[in-house]
Design a protein around this ligand. Structure first.
Ligand SMILES: [Zn+2]
Length: 93
């Protein structure tokens, strides 16, 4: 903002939605936090009837074959976390 400039009322569609910029969300989160979320996802997405994921069916009405995409992602994250802990414990990291 230029100091001394006249205050010109802007149309609603030009004004920013928030007076302050939103906090940055693209910062990497600690691996421990991501692992905790992944563990919660793995607990929620379980084998349901007909071989489908129970959580995907309950929340989104999807008949996703188990393991669903969410469980596969969570399993990869958890296994990566276990690998990181192991490599840290043996001094490789
Ligand atoms: Zn699922």
């Amino acid at each position: 903002m230029v100091v001394g400039a006249p205050e010109i009322p802007l149309p609603m569609w030009i004004r920013p939605a928030m007076p302050h910029p939103a906090p940055r969300t693209d910062q990497p989160r600690p691996l421990a936090v991501v692992i905790e979320v992944a563990m919660q996802i793995m607990k929620a997405h379980t084998l349901g009837s007909y071989g489908c994921c129970a959580a995907c069916h309950m929340w989104w009405g999807r008949l996703a074959p188990y393991p669903c995409v969410q469980v596969e992602w969570a399993a990869r994250v958890v296994s990566r976390g276990m690998t990181e802990r192991f490599l840290t414990a043996v001094g490789e990291r």
